[in-house]
Design a protein around this ligand. Structure first.
Ligand SMILES: *Cc1c(COP(=O)(O)O)cnc(C)c1O
Length: 410
């Protein structure tokens, strides 16, 4: 469905009926879209031995993780808690890639005991790890190739001042540490951040890894991270995944020849897999005319979807209750007591109080970044699967806000 269209229904289930049945605000996911995205990646990289390690931080609901497993992907986790959620979903620990940043050796040890693949991104921990485990536990190294993927400064992590990865300029130091501790390095990794637009950027990063890889004789895989861009609005430039897959696969196969062995190619897409599958349905509490702007105040806000305020992200907003009406210009705002703009100066079919609105591209970094700010409750989540709407997370209740509070007798 073109991104400019009002998504009245998914898999034949109307979004308005989901809002009626489960209440609002509610996150709704289209399971078929998730499966399609994974299959698209598999097709784009069909020439190479591919493993898709879905970046769980984008959307961590265990039912979604199970669906992702069902579709043939594995997972990337950035915390021990995410590793555990993946195991709840039925993933074997060895199919989980653990890519933390700035965590303690205690946490890393915990994940080693669980059995996930460890990916380290700083020299002190690499050295400590080597002293502890020698060559008894294989490890992957996250390299910072200092390639700037396009887009937003907050989500671009390859630049020279980024905290992520070990600088490619420190490769000699890495090799010293690996040698000294007799370590078993089975993977090299990079993730340059979100918003990879084209094959050229991707290949630049890949070439840095290829060159470094020649120094590591025991490799099993190269991991190129995530960051594939999807359309948020009409006319957005998106990653041409077929072209990227084709070009990168060719370069990879050529590298494998030079390396002398066929390695696996790993990817860690988050946004690409789940962004477009997700919809946040909210209700218009009030339509407020001011001399300049007409505001629609909805029963949600940056506590449920922080991307517009945090990243200036564009999310399409459509009126589910009055789709055929004439369009008017609105600012859609959340109910949080902060500047809380979800969408500015949008043409939306005339909105009346009580109408259901749908916010698109809400699958990635939506509920996984949600909070209880302003003591608001987090929404329910619904997965449409096999043409049926299934509740996969209950709406929070007031008692959840008190759950861990220790109330003193004052
Ligand atoms: C966040 C993250 C990803 C996924 O990024 P997307 O832009 O959602 O594709 C992949 N790998 C690592 C290590 C990450 O931290």
């Amino acid at each position: 469905m073109p991104s400019s269209q009002n998504p009245i229904s998914i898999q034949g289930v109307s979004l308005a009926s989901i809002a009626e049945e489960f209440g609002t605000p509610v996150y709704v996911y289209d399971g078929e879209k998730i499966t399609t995205q994974i299959h698209t990646l598999q097709e784009a990289f069909s020439k190479v031995p591919l493993r898709i390690k879905y970046a769980t931080k984008a959307l961590t609901n265990v039912s979604i993780l199970k669906l992702i497993k069902h579709a043939g992907a594995e997972v990337d986790a950035v915390s021990v808690e995410e590793v555990r959620l993946c195991m709840e979903a039925g993933f074997k620990a060895e199919d989980v890639m653990y890519t933390p940043n700035g965590v303690s050796m205690e946490e890393i040890k915990e994940v080693v005991e669980l059995g996930a693949m460890i990916n380290l991104d700083n020299i002190p921990m690499l050295d400590l790890f080597g002293q502890l485990y020698g060559n008894s536990v294989p490890v992957c190294i996250r390299i910072n190739p200092h390639i700037m993927a396009g887009g937003n400064a907050k989500i671009s992590v390859g630049h020279i001042t980024s905290k992520f990865g070990i600088s490619i300029h420190q490769l000699d130091r890495i090799l010293e540490v690996v040698d000294k501790n007799n370590m078993l390095i089975t993977g090299l990794h990079l993730h340059t951040g979100s918003d990879i637009l084209d094959a050229e950027v991707f290949l630049k990063g890949a070439n840095v890894l290829f060159e470094a890889a020649m120094k590591f004789p025991d490799l099993r895989f190269l991991d190129f991270g995530g960051g594939f861009k999807v359309a948020y609005k009409e006319g957005d430039v998106v990653t041409d995944i077929m072209k990227v897959g084709d070009r990168v696969s060719d370069a990879f196969l050529e590298f494998c020849k030079a390396y002398g062995r066929e390695l696996e190619l790993w990817l860690e897409p988050g946004k690409f897999v789940v962004s477009e599958s997700g919809y946040l349905i909210v209700q218009a509490n009030v339509v407020k005319e001011t001399p300049q702007i007409t505001f629609i105040g909805v029963n949600s806000g940056l506590n449920h979807l922080i991307r517009p305020m945090m990243y200036d992200a564009y999310h399409g907003v459509y009126n589910l209750s009055n789709p055929e009406a004439e369009k008017r210009k609105y600012n859609v705002v959340g109910y949080i007591c902060e500047t809380d703009t979800i969408a500015a100066e949008r043409d939306i079919s005339e909105v009346r109080m009580g109408d259901y609105l749908v916010i698109k591209n809400a699958g990635a970094y939506g509920i996984s970044m949600a909070s209880n700010y302003n003591s608001r409750l987090r929404p329910a989540e619904v997965l449409v699967w096999d043409g049926k709407a299934n509740l996969i997370r209950k709406r929070e209740k007031f008692k959840d806000l008190l759950h861990n509070q220790v109330i003193l007798d004052i």
